[in-house]
Design a binder for this molecule. Structure first.
Ligand code: DX5
Ligand code: ZN
Length: 222
């Protein structure tokens, strides 16, 4: 089991005020965020449209923490270079987004970013069974991707545990991140199942900037 007493907290800017994104990113960093989670949606792979590389680039100078870019786009390969050039530190893709997951992960690493794989609620852990050496981040969706503010799917806790066991058996310290419906209550369940990083939109940004530090601390369980 990875020795980490408290989880990494990655606020999703999907729940931020989009008219004040730079300010919001600085505010969550100042409030203790470890990573900034950026949800990229194309209206094709998921039924919503959000942001592209230009917004990631505009955000980059506002924070020092790693930018964790979650691509919900298909195909993803043609855009990876642009997101890396924009300042993405981690780039995660869904296996369903393209035909050659291993090639996509290699492309991300070649550009110097950490390569992540995202599991939809129905996606089986075996997708990465034969490429544990090629993955730097594992992200489990505990909702169907596309929108913030949905309810946590408890069915995903067993998958988190299964992926924890795969990571431990493999031996590399691969962060195990959970995304969707994470609240202080569900955060505890995720960490108990073996998660080491938590994405949260609603639970971080609710209450406005004065509440961010308290919201992040509550998610961390301190
Ligand atoms: C949804 C995104 C999530 C979302 C989480 O597709 O991947 O990152 O913003 O939002 P909450 O925390 O509100 O469920
Ligand atoms: Zn996300």
């Amino acid at each position: 089991m990875t020795a980490r007493s408290t989880p990494i907290i990655a606020p999703s800017i999907l729940s931020a005020d989009f008219a004040r994104l730079g300010e919001e990113a600085r505010a969550v960093e100042a409030a203790g965020a470890d990573w900034l989670h950026i949800d990229v949606m194309d209206g094709h792979f998921v039924p919503n449209i959000t942001i592209g590389p230009d917004v990631v680039k505009a955000l980059r100078p506002h924070v020092k923490i790693p930018m964790d870019v979650h691509l919900m786009i298909s195909p993803a390969d043609p855009y990876i270079e642009a997101f890396r050039a924009a300042g993405a530190d981690m780039i995660s893709v869904h296996p369903e987004a393209g035909p050659h997951l291993n090639r996509t992960l290699g492309q991300i690493r070649k550009l110097g970013a950490k390569a992540g794989v995202v599991f939809n609620p129905s996606t089986d852990p075996s997708v990465i069974q034969w490429m544990m050496d090629d993955v730097d981040l594992i992200l489990v969706m505990s909702i169907n991707p596309g929108f913030g503010g949905q309810s946590f799917m408890r069915s995903q806790l067993a998958k988190i545990a299964a992926l924890r066991a795969m990571i431990d058996a493999h031996g590399r310290d691969i962060p195990l991140e959970v995304d969707g419906g994470v609240t202080p209550e569900t955060a505890k369940l995720c960490v108990a199942a073996g998660a080491t990083a938590l994405v949260a939109g609603t639970a971080v940004f609710r209450g406005g900037p004065d509440a961010y530090a308290g919201n992040i601390a509550a998610l961390r369980g301190v």
